[in-house]
Design a protein around this ligand. Structure first.
Ligand code: ATP
Length: 309
């Protein structure tokens, strides 16, 4: 069931076309991730959906409701992660949550939120003493305080170290368990791949593609990259290279010093023949790996551009 539908959103700031044409629908209970490089239009898209920025064109529907006619009801349905500047630095996490709770008719118990965001231990410390990751967790807690159905998180992990990022991932997954719908933006492909039910890749204000991470990866060519390195020197690697080129499943090869990269449609078959060859020749293979395709490959395949965080 669709809980949110946006159709042909457009927004310009002067001559900058921040969002050119964005349409998608979000299903109830899913983690829907908008991913794209800097300046792709993610924040602008989110802010239009959150009712903070009016679109130049396009429609936004929460079920049957829209901002023009039903803004009060929509505000009760959604939770927006506040900018860190909106938190009160001289108050504690508990006091911030209690204060934000007074803004709404209904709220989730502070105790429960503190547990969800793993800040029970720091409930009485001033927010200004919290780490970046702890502040971001509190921001998610503040978005949750009114117990909304839909939660918007705009790059909640940007600038955090890997462990702090994983802690945020755990919270986002718990939101899903609670039956919430999460709309997330990120720069990090790994994050989108790990968390999302569906991913919407945007670039230059337009949608590149939308699907589940696994379907997107499967859409790529069935070609896989196999890497080998040899102990016995460049000549050996070159011989293996020449042998590989003639295998039916191998599309192309690249040799660099003692390493060999192969692109194959059938890694099993390629390695079977190649290992038979190296055994016969008594060549020693040091390392073998088959590279998994990732969302990063999807981005490159669709846009022809390298992905940069
Ligand atoms: P980032 O990952 O860097 O946050 P983003 O994908 O969220 O990028 P937006 O912040 O939506 O992208 O910005 C899209 C484009 O619109 C950028 O070129 C940005 O500079 C521009 N832009 C966004 N907000 C404004 C504004 N208020 N005034 C002028 N230009 C803006």
């Amino acid at each position: 069931m669709s809980i949110l539908e946006v159709k042909h959103l457009q927004k310009s700031f002067g001559t900058i076309r921040a969002v050119e044409d964005i349409s998608f629908s979000v299903h109830a209970g899913e983690i829907f991730t908008i991913i794209g490089p800097n300046g792709a239009g993610k924040t602008t898209t989110l802010e239009m959906i959150e009712g903070l920025v009016p679109p130049d064109h396009g429609e936004i529907y929460f079920g049957e409701l829209n901002w023009d006619k039903n803004s009060k009801t929509i505000k009760k349905m959604i939770g927006v992660q506040p900018q860190s500047s909106a938190m009160f630095d001289l108050l504690t996490p508990e006091e911030n949550l209690n204060l934000f709770a007074t803004f709404y008719d209904k709220s989730r118990p502070t105790e429960e939120i503190l547990k969800l965001i793993n800040l029970t231990e720091h409930r009485n410390n001033h927010v200004k003493k919290l780490s970046g990751g702890q502040r971001q967790r509190l921001a998610i807690g503040l978005a949750m305080i009114s117990d909304p159905d839909i939660i918007f998180l705009d790059e909640p992990t940007t600038g955090l170290d890997p462990q702090a990022r994983r802690n945020i991932w755990d919270i986002i997954l718990q939101l899903k368990e609670l039956g919430k719908t999460t709309i997330l933006t990120t720069h990090y492909m790994e994050e989108a791949e790990k968390l999302s039910d569906r991913v919407c890749i945007v670039d230059q204000g337009k949608i590149v593609t939308i699907d589940t991470p696994s379907a997107l990866i499967e859409q790529l060519t069935k070609e896989r990259e196999v890497r080998l390195s040899f102990i016995d020197g460049e000549d050996v690697a070159e011989e293996a290279n020449n042998f590989s080129k003639n295998l039916e499943s191998v599309i192309r090869t690249e040799r660099e010093e003692m390493s060999l990269k192969l692109w194959t449609t059938n890694p099993e078959d390629t390695l079977f023949h190649l290992f038979a060859f190296t055994k016969e020749k008594n060549f020693q293979v040091e390392q073998v790996s088959i590279r998994e395709m990732s969302l990063e490959d999807v981005f490159i395949a669709f846009t022809g551009k390298e992905w940069r965080d």
